[in-house]
Design a protein around this ligand. Sequence first.
Ligand code: G7M
Length: 336
Amino acid sequence: MTDKNGSAQQPNYDISKFKLTKILNNNTVRKSIALLGTFPDISEVDQALVIFEKNAFTESDVQTDGSTDKSFFSSKTKTNVEFLNNIYGSFQCIPESDLNCIKTTVVYPATDKHIEKYSIHAKHLIAETPALYENITLTYLKSSQFSLDWVYNILEHKQETERIVFEDPDPEIGFVLLPDLKWDGRTIEALYLLAIVHKRDIKSLRDLNSSHLPLLKNIRDSGRRAIEEKYGIPASQIRMYFHYQPSFYHLHIHFNPVGNDAPGIWCEKSHMLETVINNLELVSDYYKRATIPFVAYEGNKLLDIYDEELNVRKKLKLDENELTPTSEDSINAKIE
Ligand code: G7M
């Protein structure tokens, strides 16, 4: 945590006091675990999420040429032999503690929506036509979306200020580029930055049109340049994309190296910045007219609303783009 001046601040909870209620998701591939619990010394009722993730390897940590003072190949590494068989050896190595950090994310107090986001659920694809967007998704997200306070804190330099990699303050085409919450901040191979636009009236890909091309091109060009200068990663190795649906409805773009499979890069969720620019150059209101598929999770209210609405339309023999007159009220009633 940081204060207005960007200096470190203590959280109001002590991680060691976390009391586990439930394991929400144990991802053995990503080597991450999402935990639900409380900080009983502060509150018995406020829910807390703790997400632990083992860090990716940093190449400097395996050097043996003396270029680093911390290496896995050091006398400080404890080596337990599991078995030796012919030419094969299996060990558990315990390197010094600095090389064993675990990236930890805490959301406190966590809402039901945060808990839903970090729990395992079966996924379903929804082909969202413009009419379905206007009448179901938009109505849903207007009354049920994550708070954007953290985004405004960044844009107003109230939090994470010292982490900013690049900023263009222009109100129309400007943005802030900074490390994503998911990045450990040191493993360049797994670099993950976020560009957050200064403009506050663009919720997502859906709101983009050709008037936003200067903004998008500025993010592409200035963002790539800043990454190349600071991290030495050439523009040709930077993947830039939007999520649809995003979790946060204030336009932002993900940046990570193309050689690293960052979470959320699947084709059903990601839209490359370059493709978006090109689509808008070809058709200025492309994203107003396009059917955009997205993934919804079981247990998410939006999926339930889609299920019900589409069934009603089927029963009434309405085209899925036609609206039932009470649609908006009925959606609001279901959200409440
Ligand atoms: O799925 P969507 O496109 O909405 O992605 C939002 C991104 O914002 C994710 O990659 C998150 O890890 C990132 N993010 C979320 N929060 C709450 C924060 C935050 O407080 N600070 C930073 N730097 N990134 C965040």
